[in-house]
Write a protein that binds this ligand. Structure first.
Ligand code: HEM
Ligand code: HEM
Ligand SMILES: [Fe+2]
Length: 474
């Protein structure tokens, strides 16, 4: 079905980007379905018990999330590469082969996750079934495969960069991708000391989402603003360098906010508190950047609307807000150790996790998919359709609804389980049975359904908007 998007107008490198986008959107759908199953299990713990357990649904939900975001990120890089460098990818044949190898591996891993999951862990299961590191649970054989595929991807990008034009955007991108890929290695070696394991595991998770991925979306926003509203390259690139400086300045040592209670030395309290509290600053800069450029370019074009791709722009503006709110504000809420001692590992964390991943990453990557569709149909201007509007409204409304519901559930846990009952085993279950918690979980499930309906509109729109825009053009 997704093959119905015509890509004849695209160069071979961009076509490869579109292949990654297609897999990404399928995995996004799978992610949401798994989330819905897990959400229902909060309300009815017997639902699919021993058939499809919560542990499995949750695991597939969050691993599918990470994998689809990575697919969409790789897709975006291939898509923008010819525009930025003026060259087609070096070694494209190998890149295509890597795509198929990776996709086959992902399919096998997901099937294994779903069908062979319950049972005790051993050295063998680490290699064949599940490595047991939240978000990046791929078994070791797949881990090694991923490294090989990423090396091929990096070879494509780096040598094309060296051969072609070296824009600021591409320079940041190439350097950032090296760090992003390198960090994956920190999540690969095994130790049975849980503190040490968590210590390194956070290098992947935190240094991805709060340093390297943030810089990555900075480069996407810069590229997309040039494409969509003709923003001036000198201005977006200047912002990009400032953002890089600030993101790395606060994000790297901000890592300390995960080292408060896992057996790491106590100096992490101060380091984590200080640097992670600074993390919202670059997110404000990114927000100002997008809104400022938009307003300025819109004004500069006078009467004529300056936006060449309505839905992509809407998703990028949602990204600016979402990143600031989900990561910056919801992150800041619980980042000081004085607060985190109460909120740690409650539904409050989950509320932040949802709004941050969605706001900072899902949004802009969906925007990139719309840019891809515009390129694929070769249209000059692509206006938002009814489906585009339903998609962005329902998905965003649904995720915000889930975030609010989970914040309330977290609040209840903090007050009852942690503050009042002292955070023990019984306290945990008492808090989970109270009406405020259960009502919040019900609202999360309802808002999850809203999100899913929005997703259906999104798929429909991506499949049809190109043809519509094309027919309006002639
Ligand atoms: C887009 C960027 C971000 C994403 C995607 C993100 C996502 C997440 C996720 C999924 C978790 C839960 C991890 C787990 O499973 O244990 C988490 C934890 C946390 N995040 Fe973020 N986050 C982001 C940015 C931030 C920022 C900027 C701050 C601080 C200002 C922050 C503060 C925290 C803290 C303190 C925790 C630990 C919560 C706990 O103790 O339970 N995050 N984040
Ligand atoms: C149909 C909509 C969705 C539903 C019903 C849903 C439901 C769930 C459930 C039940 C969990 C397990 C929470 C726990 O262990 O306490 C979860 C975890 C998570 N979900 Fe979703 N989800 C949905 C959409 C999304 C979206 C759109 C994103 C991000 C783009 C996302 C990101 C996450 C993350 C990062 C976690 C781990 C959070 C943590 O451990 O702190 N989910 N979700
Ligand atoms: Fe973090």
């Amino acid at each position: 079905m997704l093959a119905s998007i015509k890509t004849n107008n695209l160069s071979p490198t961009k076509k490869l980007g579109m292949m990654y986008f297609r897999v990404a959107i399928v995995l996004f759908g799978a992610q949401l379905l798994m989330g819905l199953i897990a959400a229902i299990q909060f309300l009815y713990p017997d639902f699919l018990f021993e058939v499809f357990d919560f542990s499995v649904a949750r695991m597939v939900h969050i691993n599918a999330l990470v994998v689809w975001l990575l697919y969409a990120m790789i897709g975006s890089v291939y898509y923008m590469l010819p525009d930025e460098t003026g060259e087609e990818a070096v070694g494209l044949g190998l890149g295509k082969l890597a795509f198929w190898v990776l996709t086959a591996a992902v399919a096998v891993v997901v099937l294994v996750y779903i069908f062979i999951q319950v049972g005790s862990g051993s050295e063998e299961t680490i290699w064949l079934i599940n490595e047991g590191r939240e978000y990046i649970e791929a078994p070791r054989w797949a881990d090694i495969g991923i490294v090989v595929v990423v090396l091929i991807f990096y070879y494509n990008i780096f040598f094309t960069f060296m051969k072609g034009r070296k824009t600021g955007i591409m320079t940041v991108m190439v350097a950032d991708l090296l760090a992003l890929a390198g960090l994956y290695l920190a999540g690969m070696f095994f130790t049975d000391n849980i503190s040490m394991d968590q210590y390194w595991w956070w290098w992947v998770i935190h240094l991805w989402v709060e340093a390297t991925w943030e810089v990555f979306v900075g480069t996407l926003a810069a590229y997309a603003l040039i494409k969509i509203i003709d923003a001036k390259r000198e201005i977006v690139e200047m912002w990009l360098w400032i953002e890089v400086l600030m993101l790395f300045g606060s994000g790297i040592l901000g890592l300390g906010h995960h080292y408060f209670w896992i057996g790491t030395p106590e100096y992490w309290w101060e380091i984590g508190a200080l640097f992670s509290a600074l993390e919202p600053v670059p997110l404000v800069a990114m927000f100002v950047h997008v809104i400022y450029d938009w307003g300025k370019e819109q004004g500069a074009h006078g009467e004529k609307p300056a936006i060449k791709n309505g839905p992509a722009m809407a998703w990028i503006v949602t990204n600016a807000f979402g990143n600031f709110l989900g990561a910056g504000i919801w992150g800041f809420f619980h980042t000081l150790p004085q607060v985190n001692i109460y909120t740690h590992g409650t539904q409050f964390t989950a509320s932040h996790g949802h709004l941050a991943f969605f706001g900072a990453y899902a949004t802009i990557l969906i925007g990139m998919m719309y840019l891809g569709v515009q390129g694929a149909y070769g249209v000059q201007r692509m206006k938002a359709t009814f489906n585009s509007k339903m998609a962005i409204f329902l998905i965003t409304f649904g995720v915000i609804g889930m975030t609010i519901a989970l914040t309330i559930a977290g609040y209840e846990q903090v007050l009852v389980e942690r503050a009042e009952l002292g955070g023990g085993w019984d306290a945990f279950f008492t808090a989970q049975d109270l009406p405020w918690y259960l009502q919040a979980q019900l609202w999360r499930t309802i808002m999850g359904v809203v999100t899913f309906v929005g997703f259906v509109y999104l798929v429909l729109d991506l499949l049809t908007i190109g043809t519509k825009a094309k027919s309006q053009e002639v």
